[in-house]
Design a protein around this ligand. Structure first.
Ligand SMILES: N[C@](CCCC[B-](O)(O)O)(CCN1CCCCC1)C(=O)O
Ligand SMILES: [Mn+2]
Ligand SMILES: [Mn+2]
Ligand SMILES: [Mn+2]
Length: 291
């Protein structure tokens, strides 16, 4: 929600993203930045939702691009931008692969509806626009008509939650969304959490996977340049492990990296955050710690 995430993609490019991916022997194509024209007087007539038209336009453009990348047989890496980017990336992914499941790695649940959100920031709402069971409770926002809810609660698993709003907790419990908070990560360890999540989402091991990775899932010491840091996050080892395991399925089809905000913190904070994000990305695309 804080300005600055629009510089995320360039910070990752400047950090050597393309070279690192090519170093993994991958055929890398940079599709460039998604058009996100901002609108003046961008507010909703009576809902406390911030810049909905901007998010709607961006989401439609993201969905089209993600769909095209996946339809061309490539794995899509979508760089944010705040986490509202997942509205478009998950919708676009579902147009290409309707059966995909979602692993949402985040300190936050990002499933507030426009009415349960206390901030009005759309980065806290993306999943609410996509989950079929929630549609009766979602106010129709102008510009979002293109979205067909494409996920059922059973297609989502959270890893890393540690700052969930009361309204979100109600939704998660009511819909029975599988969630592995930092308590579960501490109690069971990351290996069990990833195993449990994947067995729950896709016991036959056949479905395409959408990993939506919010950099604030990592501990703030690893990702200080982000808008809503929450202490007690994932270690880089845990983050890398999640990515290695999902990559090892061979079915990781779309990866979001959200909430890298180079405008926050100092140079060192930016470097630390970008390097953590690059580490997460390379471990999604074949990088393994044993080489
Ligand atoms: N749930 C929050 C944070 C959303 C973070 C988005 B993410 O995950 O993409 O970074 C927080 C609302 N919270 C309410 C109590 C006071 C502090 C803010 C919201 O604004 O909805
Ligand atoms: Mn944000
Ligand atoms: Mn998020
Ligand atoms: Mn978050």
């Amino acid at each position: 929600a804080k300005p600055g995430t629009e510089h995320g993609p360039d910070a990752l490019r400047e950090g050597g993203l393309i070279k690192k991916l090519m170093g993994l022997g991958l055929d890398v194509h940079d599709y460039g930045d998604v058009g996100t024209p901002s609108h003046e007087d961008d507010h909703h007539f009576d809902l406390p939702v911030k810049n909905p038209k901007h998010v709607a336009t961006a989401s439609e453009n993201i969905a089209a691009d993600v769909y095209n990348v996946i339809k061309s047989g490539r794995t899509c890496l979508a760089l944010g931008g705040d986490h509202s980017m997942a509205i478009g990336s998950i919708f676009g992914h579902s147009l290409a692969e309707p059966e995909h499941v979602v692993v949402w790695v985040d300190a936050h649940a990002d499933i507030n509806t426009p009415l349960t959100s206390s901030s009005g920031n759309m980065h806290g709402m993306p999943l609410s626009f996509l989950v079929k069971e929630l549609q009766p409770y979602i106010s129709k926002l102008p510009g979002f008509e293109f979205i067909k809810p494409c996920l059922s609660a059973k297609n989502i698993a959270y890893i890393g939650l540690r700052d969930v709003d009361p309204g979100e907790r109600y939704i998660i419990e009511k819909l029975g969304i599988q969630s592995f908070s930092m308590s579960e990560v501490d109690r069971h360890g990351i290996k069990d959490v990833v195993e449990k999540a994947m067995h729950y989402l896709d016991p036959e091991g056949v479905k395409p996977i959408h990993l939506s990775f919010d950099i604030d899932a990592l501990d703030p010491s690893l990702a200080p340049s982000t808008g809503t840091p929450v202490p007690g996050g994932l270690s880089i080892r845990e983050g890398n492990y999640i990515c290695e395991e999902l990559a090892a399925t061979g079915r990781l089809t779309c990866v979001d990296i959200a909430e890298v905000n180079p405008s926050l913190g100092n140079e060192r904070d930016n470097l630390i955050t970008v390097n953590s994000a690059l580490s997460i990305i390379t471990h999604c695309f074949g990088g393994r710690r044993q080489g």
